[in-house]
Design a protein around this ligand. Sequence first.
Ligand code: SF4
Length: 325
Amino acid sequence: MSRIFSGIQPSGELHIGNYLGAVKNWVELQRSYESFFCVVDYHAITIPYEPDDLRTRRREMMVSLLASGLDPSVATVFAQSMVPEHTELAWIFNTVTPLGELERQTQFKDKASRQESIPAGLLNYPVLQAADILLYRADLVPVGEDQVQHLELSREIARRWNARFGEGYFPEPQAKLTPSRRIMGLDGNTKMSKSMGNTVGLLEEPASIWEKLRPAVTDPARLRKTDPGTPEVCNIYHLHKAFSPPETVEHVAVQCSTAGWGCIDCKKVLAESMETELVPIRSRAAELREDPTRVQSALDAGADKCRALARETMQGVRERMGFDG
Ligand code: SF4
């Protein structure tokens, strides 16, 4: 069975953008692959943060992941900081990674341009990412288009290390492009993200979701209810495609393009579809919050398994690099 690895930042509760863009796909993949899903908390410290806040966000992310349907009896779910070999391998990979490759990474240029003082960790972020994946010798990495460049760098790092120390030791991980869509924020301008304040939380209560949906941006050309709209340019339509059954999506397209209903009617139907999917997730999250030991045991069991595999990989690495004993 092929092995897949994917990571997610401990940003606290999931929002529907990262649920639809990544985690829902993981839930589908977990039974078809040997799966490792990691809360990448060492990646989260390249920007200023509060330790207590990080703890809370990591716990909340775990609750969201398990509530979304990741099953710790099938997939390995863990936190990166519980397996120290991630940073050990990252240091080793730093020694074979060309600086120029790191400086060329679009995400680095993007993030660095927004910071006055740039920590080296921001530049080396993709090296730790390569270590995350290669530590488990994963064959496949489910990624969105925006992560393909980082994965290419992981492959390059594997090639360079292999060429120097052991041909074929690390597999070159392949991208498993996620079929999911890029979910726009409710402002309709940018990708849904916490930093843009345009998200809907996966565990948010229906009244609060409606508060956000009601004023959400739709087709800007649809000024009056009698103006026919163009569903494809409307973010609400794309959310219907993610949450509503196909017959409802078809109905939405017809009603919109013939001015058969107003945007509020359309949003009410979307809110109902979202509820159908989100109610069981919310109720699983409530159960998990009541029993924090379940979350902790899942993390501990995941980390135990990962530490054993990581030790094995590092033993091979150390031997091949002259660090015996
Ligand atoms: S009717 Fe629905 S799909 Fe059409 S513009 Fe309004 S919200 Fe968007």
